[in-house]
Design a protein around this ligand. Structure first.
Ligand code: FMN
Length: 357
């Protein structure tokens, strides 16, 4: 069998088992999704901050641009314990902790919010109504009713695991495909059975453990950024790869040009796991903000409270091209990046994999 005909490419009905990972926080774009799906892989869109109506419009727009498989992604757990607790007194207390950052960047203080979270239950209802080809989940497993509704609507489901126990739970719940995401990955650590800090398994080991003991279509993510990485993880037992950082660095992704430049710089050799930008553990290139929050007693707050207070800082930093406060998400494979264009990245991967296999 050739490298591109696998359990996952057959299940998803795609030409190449290469998936563009979804990006939350407004960094996904329809353009990127479309290019990857139309070039034979599968494009994704991170929808966890979208309102239900926007999700329906998004799926309709994606359908107009591609008749191939594409994936919509949601976060099952949308808040941590106490992550939505915000009475006026605690708002004032937290605001005080963030004021030095707002003052440093000349950012207006946020007002007491009406709502700081989207609700997964309403979002997933919208996805089921819109029925995209694929729905992927992180931070948990949806309840049975949701999974049954997906089956009825012919939506293929994918669940993300950071440990073997999570992969087994996803398989037992009847989710179609497991995504094994190792600690090398850019973005959040999406653990749901144990705290993220206790769920740090590397991509290779996680794939081997799952392949060894579970009979399930398996996608690997984390630190895979070139054709050799894909060939290696396929040898280890993965039936497809999901790449995030390599696509984030492309012109068509929604992140800033400044972030893209940093991903191609020498700085990308060093990444850290930190809760300091959102309240949940994620991998970044270290910066001034991460260091400063480390030194601020009482922070970080739980998710999404922390994100609410950080959002104006990030927006101002992004607008000003301020590298110290811009949240440079990056996976450990960033130093391998070569391509700045999603079409060129897809063609190079396919050509090199044809040669390697
Ligand atoms: C900026 C950024 C945002 C991300 N947001 C999400 C998300 O909302 N949902 C999700 O399932 N994965 C998310 N991911 C993970 C990617 O989809 C992908 O699995 C991961 O980046 C793969 O590891 P790599 O970056 O080493 O290639 C994000 C990754 C990055 C870099």
């Amino acid at each position: 069998m050739s490298w591109n005909q696998t359990r996952v490419s057959e299940r998803l009905n795609i030409q190449y088992p290469i998936i563009q990972g979804p990006f939350g926080g407004g960094l996904s774009t329809l353009e990127l999704l479309t290019i990857v799906s139309n070039s034979g892989g599968m494009g994704s869109y991170g929808a966890h901050i979208l309102a239900p109506d926007d999700i329906i419009a998004l799926v309709a727009a994606a359908r107009q641009r591609t008749d191939k498989a594409f994936n919509i992604n949601l976060w099952v757990s949308d808040h941590d314990a106490h992550g939505l607790d915000l009475d006026p007194a605690s708002f004032e207390r937290y605001l005080k902790l963030f004021k030095p950052f707002y003052d440093q960047l000349g950012v207006e203080y946020p007002d007491y919010p009406q709502n700081i979270s989207q609700r997964f239950e309403e979002q997933v209802e919208a996805v089921i109504e819109a029925a995209p080809p694929v729905l992927s989940f992180v931070f948990g497993i949806p309840d049975k009713k949701v999974l049954q509704a997906c089956k009825q609507r012919d939506i293929i489901t994918m669940g993300a695991a950071t440990t073997f126990d999570e992969a087994r739970a996803i398989t037992e719940a009847g989710i179609d495909i497991v995504l094994a995401t190792g600690f090398e990955a850019g973005g959040h650590r999406v653990a749901f059975l144990k705290p993220a800090e206790q769920s740090l398994v590397g991509t290779y080991t996680l794939v081997r453990q799952i392949d060894h003991s579970l009979d399930v279509p398996l996608i690997a993510a984390g630190g895979i950024a070139d054709a050799r990485g894909i060939a290696a993880i396929q040898t280890a037992g993965a039936h497809a790869v999901q790449m995030g950082t390599a696509f984030l660095a492309c012109r068509e992704s929604g992140t800033s040009d400044e972030h893209k430049q940093v991903l191609f710089s020498d700085k990308a050799h060093n990444t850290v796991l930190s809760r300091n930008y959102t309240g949940r553990l994620a991998r970044f290139i270290p910066d001034e903000f991460i260091e400063a929050i480390d030194k601020t007693e009482g922070l970080p707050l739980p998710f999404p409270l922390h994100s609410f207070f950080v959002a104006p800082i990030k927006a101002a930093a992004k607008a000003a091209g301020n590298a110290g406060f811009s949240s440079h998400y990056a996976g450990q494979g960033a130093p391998l990046l070569k391509h700045r264009d999603a079409d060129a990245l897809m063609s190079a991967l396919v050509e090199e994999l044809d040669c390697l296999n």
